[in-house]
Design a binder for this molecule. Structure first.
Ligand SMILES: Nc1ncnc2c1ncn2[C@@H]1O[C@H](COP(=O)(O)OP(=O)(O)OP(=O)(O)O)[C@@H](O)[C@H]1O
Ligand SMILES: O=c1ccn([C@@H]2O[C@H](COP(=O)(O)O)[C@@H](O)[C@H]2O)c(=O)[nH]1
Ligand SMILES: [Mg+2]
Length: 184
């Protein structure tokens, strides 16, 4: 396996922060705020996949179908898209939003990109609030319908929670809990 960390600017420390949370928890919203203050490049795994869907390719169609069902795309695909976007950015600080979604994603990232995250930011929000946010956001997303939302919550519980537990064990988890008392 090629060591891709060598493809980043030499001598520069590359900082990666993963931002994880349930569907509609506010990952994209908080990343936009962090970026404007701290000069990170924000890479949303979901947005990279939605861009890929726009390309009229076999891979794009496969991704579109999986996203419509709320399922995860193969790890190798998302890790390669992330790597390409990281290298293209020219930056050395990355907020990776909505990734890793399962243990296989995490292992593929560790094998291919090999840059240990500085920490993992978990946006912790109640299911009722997440559901309310998704149903009110009107971004025209194909997966913002009740049936797919249910499936996305299941995937979060079954596949993403083990990733969160992994980083918690490593002492890398930073949890931000949504409070009804604060707006944004
Ligand atoms: N703290 C907040 N209070 C109220 N509304 C919020 C808050 N954070 C985000 N929202 C709203 O909730 C909706 C979902 O937020 P956002 O798209 O950032 O979530 P996400 O975690 O990226 O979702 P997904 O996993 O589906 O991509 C948006 O309409 C956003 O404006
Ligand atoms: O690492 C990833 C990230 C996302 N997906 C798929 O995309 C959708 C939408 O993701 P958002 O983060 O909510 O924008 C998600 O439900 C998965 O289908 C993925 O497979 N792998
Ligand atoms: Mg998002």
């Amino acid at each position: 396996q090629k060591d891709w960390s060598g493809s980043f600017p030499s001598g520069k420390k590359i900082t990666v922060v993963f931002v994880i949370g349930g569907p509609g928890s506010g990952k994209g919203t908080q990343c936009a705020k962090i970026v404007s203050h701290f000069g990170f490049t924000h890479l949303s795994a979901g947005d990279l996949l939605r861009e890929e869907v726009k390309s009229d390719t076999e891979q794009g169609t496969m991704i579109k179908n999986l996203m419509h069902e709320g399922k995860l795309v193969p790890s190798e695909i998302i890790v390669r898209l992330l790597l390409k976007a990281m290298l293209a950015s020219g930056n050395d600080k990355f907020l990776i939003d909505g990734f890793p979604r399962n243990e296989e994603n995490r292992e593929a990232y560790e094998k291919i990109i090999k840059i240990e995250p500085e920490f993992v930011l978990l946006i912790d929000c109640s299911r009722e609030e997440m559901e309310r946010r998704i149903l009110h956001r009107n971004q025209g997303r194909d997966d913002d319908n009740m049936e797919t939302i249910r499936r996305r919550f299941e995937v979060f519980q079954q596949s993403t929670l083990p990733v969160i537990q992994h980083y918690e064990k490593m002492g890398k988890l930073r949890r931000v809990v949504h409070s009804e008392d604060y707006d944004n």
